[in-house]
Design a protein around this ligand. Structure first.
Ligand SMILES: Cc1ncc(COP(=O)(O)O)c(C=O)c1O
Length: 477
């Protein structure tokens, strides 16, 4: 699909435009929502939640005895308990109470091709019944997928891993081996999985991180972070300053090209080009974390869509069709560190034929046409929600990239973590819970986005639009 035209703020506003190929739309006018109404609706919605989800409550009680918080990853938890899901097909889930829910989380974006996509099922079944699941030797399956992904994402070389966390860890180690430097720079508020240096300033409390123009890294007690510098997203001035002062010790800058762990935060026009040149100037390896963007941002990911080439890229979620597949790769010169032994990259399960089968299916079904069609469904949903926001003059706006979208409860653009912290979290919670109570599951954090998978139809998205309109009516009643 041709890039969605930028639809950001009008000429009267002082904000820089967002990058081409991204979408952010504000209503012509907005009015505050009465906080007492929000509080009343939230209380009623939490009461309603317990009336239909008793099975999930009981399941969480049982699970909490053997699994901390009753979940297998802390992100899955919310109070009083999350919805436990029994099965999923296409765009729909069935919970343990037998409720059918529209899945707009889609495994935090990992299920881009839809649950039980028939092509994935076919390829994986072949691996399970005919070719085998694990050789721990070279295989034509892994080689073919390396060739396909290098071609698709414009990479010199690639290595497969099993999770985004692992890919980020190896990307940083490759950058260190390549530059013979140790420090890294990351974006304030950015999440990149569980590797120690990337735990710095993930979602820090404002009280702990100093002034906005000179952020102080927030290092959790339980990690050994090494030297990590933190800069605000969309602030080239801060990046230049850190690089001027510490550039000769910095191996890598790790950044999501579009930040998808603070809802969706778009790059200003020219920002990523500026990041690229700053890294070049100081010999710093630019790592684009495309674990969340990846195929959800377009056929070849966000880097290609936005026209800025990193040195290394990390991929996970959407490339695996629901199986645990991730990867890191990029410029041949940097990946050479693995070839000549400056860095070793290991993993028993890397590129196993089972996940390679799923990856091949994903590569086959994620054609330009299929992704364009899903993006068109997303754009139409965003437009309908924009119309509702304008009609009810709500104090929020929409942001979209590829097949993802979100409503951000702010009347000004969110351009970095501090802006995100100033958004209306009570409204974000109400909007999320309103959907959950009406059979629409978006991710539990208030910093996530919906995903239109290849299995979602315009009729499915009409459910979200109707739900949003009913919330708007309740807020203005
Ligand atoms: C941007 C980003 N990077 C890395 C990760 C870590 O990926 P994984 O959960 O596969 O370890 C995530 C997970 O949500 C992510 O959103």
């Amino acid at each position: 699909m041709t890039d969605t035209a930028q639809t950001t703020t009008d000429a009267r506003t002082p904000w820089p435009p967002n990058a081409r190929g991204t979408r952010r739309t504000f209503p012509p006018s907005s009015r505050a929502v009465d906080p007492a109404t929000v509080e009343r609706l939230l209380a009623a919605e939490w009461e309603r939640f317990t009336t239909w989800s008793g099975g999930s409550g009981a399941h969480n009680e049982r699970a909490s005895k053997s699994l901390p918080l009753g979940v297998t990853s802390s992100f899955q938890h919310w109070d009083p308990y999350p919805i436990s899901v029994q099965s999923a097909k296409g765009a729909w889930l069935t919970d343990v109470d037998g409720n059918r829910m529209l899945d707009l989380s889609m495994g935090f974006g990992a299920m881009l091709v839809g649950h039980l996509n028939p092509v994935v099922v076919q390829h994986v079944t072949e691996a399970l019944t005919e070719t085998g699941t694990l050789f721990v030797t070279p295989s034509p399956q892994a080689t073919e997928m390396s060739e396909r992904f290098c071609e698709r994402f414009g990479l010199g070389m690639i290595r497969f891993t099993n999770s985004g966390t692992e890919s980020l860890m190896y990307a940083i180690r490759a950058a260190r081996a390549f530059t013979r430097r140790k420090a890294i720079v990351k974006i304030e508020g950015g999440y990149h999985g569980g590797y120690d240096p990337l735990q710095v300033s993930v979602k820090p409390a404002l009280a702990d991180i100093g002034p906005a123009d000179a952020p102080i890294p927030d290092v959790p007690f339980d990690v050994e972070a090494g030297t990590v510098h933190v800069v605000a997203y969309n602030d080239l001035g801060q990046l230049h300053k850190v690089l001027a002062e510490h550039g000769r010790d910095i191996a890598a800058l790790v950044i999501e090209p579009v930040v998808e762990n603070l809802s969706i935060v778009l790059p200003d026009q020219g920002y990523l080009d500026g990041v690229r040149s700053a890294c070049d100037e100081h010999g710093v390896v630019l790592v684009f974390d495309e674990v969340k963007t990846g195929l959800t941002a377009g056929y070849a990911g966000a880097a290609q869509r936005l026209g800025v080439q990193p040195d290394l890229i990390t991929l996970a979620k959407s490339i695996g069709g629901g199986l645990p597949l991730a990867a890191f790769g990029g410029r041949r010169e940097v990946m050479q560190v693995v070839v000549d032994g400056r860095m070793a990259h290991f993993g028993t399960y890397n590129g196993n034929p089972l996940v390679m089968a799923a990856a091949k299916a994903v590569d086959e079904v994620c054609t330009h046409e299929a992704l364009d069609a899903a993006e068109a469904v997303n754009v139409r949903a965003l437009e309908a929600i924009d119309a509702a926001i304008a009609e009810f003059e709500l104090p929020c706006h929409t942001v979209g990239l590829g097949v993802k979208g979100c409503v951000t409860w702010s009347t000004t653009p969110v351009r970095n973590y501090r802006d995100y912290k100033a958004t209306d979290f009570a409204m974000a919670e109400l909007s999320w819970l309103w959907g959950v109570n009406r059979g629409i599951l978006t991710p539990p954090g208030l910093d996530e986005q919906w995903l239109v998978s290849l299995a979602h139809t315009a009729a499915d998205m009409a459910t979200l639009i109707d739900d949003f309109r009913s919330l708007a009516q309740a807020l203005r009643a």
